[in-house]
Write a protein that binds this ligand. Sequence first.
Ligand code: SF4
Ligand code: SF4
Length: 443
Amino acid sequence: MSLASFRHGVHPAEHKDDSAGLPIERMPFVARYVLPLAQHGGKPAVAEVAVGQRVTRGSRIARADGFVSAALHAPVTGTIQALGLRRHPNGSQVPSIEIEADPYDPQSPPGGAAMDPGSLGPDAFVAAVQSGGIVGLGGAAFPAHVKYAVPADRPVHELVVNGCECEPYLTCDHRTMVERAADVVRGVRILARHLGVERSTIAVEANKPDAIAALQGVLRDVLAGDAGIAVVPLAVKYPQGAEKMLLKALSGREVPPGKLPLDLGFVVNNVGTMVALADWFDRRMPLIERVITVAGPGVERPANLVVPLGTPVGEVLDRCGLSRATREVVLGGPMMGQPLASLDAPVLKGTSGILAFTDAEVARPNEYTCLKCGRCLEACANLLNPSRLARLARAGRLDELERAYVMDCMECGACSFACPSHIPIVQLIRAAKSSLRDRKAKG
Ligand code: SF4
Ligand code: SF4
């Protein structure tokens, strides 16, 4: 049976075998945690603690600044060591809260009596999600409640939960679906009720049969199959997990340029976000930790780890063993992830993986002239013309780039992956988009 997918795309080697079968373990607590206030899309949180103050694990340490923002909570019990500039994974120095963990505290998980999401009206539900600090855990880290504040005139028909995890190496969502299938389904039910949808779909690439079986098992055994939730296997192709590609595969419909899934009646969320909802409403645990994959040829002991937010990347790599041959550490997947300038940078809410690469993967092959072979066009799931965008970007022709829909590029890197001339297409496009944004900001 052929599986649903989208047009174009690429098939990078999966590299998931080293970690896909490894159960999620817990990262031991370390001495120091650094929490940048800019953890998520939108406005950074506002610190509401003072140096020397004792905080307990799960207590709020920063409030959301306006609607498109999320609260921040202490990942450990300890003392506020500093409020100041610290290194963000993107290389910049950003306002942060530093906590010294109490080495004598048992670091018991926070918790309390469950909050019944069904007792909350729509606004109260949205506010509750915001106060839990919950963001989309698929990588973009956009505050989750913003998607849940659906205007009355734009009804949602379907909730789509994204379990594709199409980036090579990453297996944190895979293990979450296998080991916490009941909580994934619980989160889906919480959110589906709020959105008022009768149909929800959990989409999983077909290379995760154990995850599909675990989710189907919960639906069959716990919910007797009548919860209006379907688990749909999709073809294995990159970037299947991109929202627009996911909707194209599931519904056959295109999200037009400049529009959102909501314009077609969909809300799309990641499987990890569903677990975060279940943890918050059922166990009163705000978003203070997340599952990440630590893998790549430079990692001696690959792992799927629950890591408290703010843990320095270097501490995680110490636990997993960093080979001396490592040349580059990337946060996220190899296609869209961010190379790290310093291992002092902390794990953030949006960190899905820590990958270590050696010379063999990092070597930049010589660039050749464009062969006009069209492979980048075949790769682009957004049906853009990447070779033209790269040419215009190199020439700094911003107006023409804008007219060629450069802002629709999701920076998935499929074009660069496909290019036999090794033209750094996505890097050129990324720089051009940044110039366009700067130009717009300056008016
Ligand atoms: S990076 Fe942009 S241009 Fe390249 S394939 Fe992805 S969406 Fe298309
Ligand atoms: S894939 Fe590379 S060589 Fe081929 S048309 Fe695109 S930019 Fe040119």
